[in-house]
Design a protein around this ligand. Structure first.
Ligand SMILES: Nc1ncnc2c1ncn2[C@@H]1O[C@H](COP(=O)(O)OP(=O)(O)OP(=O)(O)O)[C@@H](O)[C@H]1O
Length: 250
C-alpha cells in the first residue's frame, strides 16, 4: 500500500509588504497507514505551515502532496487537525464544545452526542459531559480537544504540539494515554513537538527540520518495541537516538 501522506519537493514562501519569506525548501516526507510520525525543528521554521498546507488552509506552494495517492488539490479527504492552541470555548459545556465540529460537518446534535458519549470513557472524561472549561484540569482540557479532533471522520490526525502547555507530569501521562488510543484505533498520526524525548517516545519515525527555510535534515526510524512504557526512556538505544537528534538540531 502506498503512503497515506506523501510530500514531495514542497516549497513555500510568504509575501508580505513586498518582502519574500522563504519558509519551506524542498521538503520530502511520507506517512504510511497507521504510522506515528513526528516533526521536530526550531521555533518558527515552518512546521505548522506544513500542516496548514496539508489541510488546504494555506495555498500557493510548489511541489506535490498526495493523500492516499490522490493529489491534494483534487483530494476530497477530510483531515483531523488539532491546532497548537485548540481552546475550548468557556461558555459551552464539554459535550457542546466537542459536538460543534461534528455539527458543522452536518451531523445532527443527537447523533453527535451519541458519538461523544461512546468515547467519553476512552478519553477519561466520563461524567464530565456537562462540565464547563473552568471545571476541567489541564489534562482533561487537552483530552477534550483531542477527542474533538478524534471524532472528525478521518484516518489521518495532524496534531500540532498538543501537550506543549502541560507540566511534565501531565505531559508524561498524556503521552502514554495517546499511545494507548493510537494503538487501539490505528490512525495515521503526524505530530509536531519541540521535545526530543516526546518525539522518540511516541514515534515510528521522526523528521528533523532545519532553521527557516526548513529543509529535512534527518529522517530517523525509531526501533524501540511497542507497546512503549516509560522504562524505555532510560534504555541505551533511547539515549543514542537522543544524542543523534540533539546533534542534528544544534
Ligand atoms: N500567513 C502567514 N503570512 C506570513 N508569514 C507567515 C504566515 N504563516 C506563517 N508565517 C511565517 O512563517 C514562518 C513559519 O511559521 P510556522 O508557524 O509554520 O512555524 P513553526 O515551526 O510551526 O513555529 P513554532 O514552532 O514556533 O510553532 C514564521 O516566520 C511565520 O511568521
Amino acid at each position: 500500500m502506498g503512503p497515506k501522506i506523501e510530500i514531495s519537493n514542497l516549497h513555500k514562501s510568504f509575501y508580505r509588504d513586498g518582502v519574500t519569506l522563504d519558509v519551506l525548501k524542498d521538503i520530502n516526507m511520507k506517512v504510511y497507514d497507521g504510522e506515528f510520525v513526528s516533526v521536530i525543528g526550531p521555533s518558527g521554521c515552518g512546521k505548522s505551515t506544513i500542516f496548514n498546507i496539508i489541510c488546504n488552509l494555506s495555498s500557493g506552494y510548489t511541489g506535490n502532496i498526495s493523500i492516499d495517492g490522490v493529489d491534494l488539490k483534487s483530494s476530497k479527504k477530510r483531515m483531523a487537525y488539532m491546532h497548537q492552541k485548540d481552546l475550548l470555548m468557556p461558555w459551552k459545556n464539554l459535550k457542546d464544545n466537542i459536538s460543534l465540529p461534528l455539527e458543522i460537518q452536518g451531523m445532527d446534535k443527537k447523533e453527535a452526542y451519541e458519538k461523544i458519549y461512546e468515547m467519553l470513557p476512552v478519553f477519561g472524561l466520563e461524567g464530565f459531559e456537562n462540565a464547563y472549561t473552568f471545571e476541567l484540569s489541564g489534562g482533561m482540557k487537552q483530552r477534550a480537544a483531542l477527542l474533538r479532533t478524534f471524532l472528525i471522520d478521518s484516518d489521518i490526525m495532524l496534531l500540532d504540539e498538543p501537550f506543549g502547555a502541560l507540566d511534565a507530569i501531565n505531559r508524561d501521562k498524556m503521552q502514554l494515554w495517546l499511545l494507548s488510543i493510537w494503538e487501539k484505533f490505528k490512525r495515521s498520526v503526524l505530530f509536531i513537538t519541540h521535545s526530543i524525548d516526546e518525539a522518540i517516545f511516541l514515534s515510528d519515525r521522526i523528521y528533523v527540520l532545519s532553521d527557516r527555510p526548513a529543509t529535512v535534515k534527518l529522517g530517523l526510524s525509531i526501533d524501540i518495541e511497542r507497546p512503549r512504557n516509560k522504562g524505555h526512556i532510560t534504555s541505551s538505544r533511547f539515549n543514542e537516538y537522543k544524542a543523534l537528534l540533539f546533534n542534528t538540531l544544534e
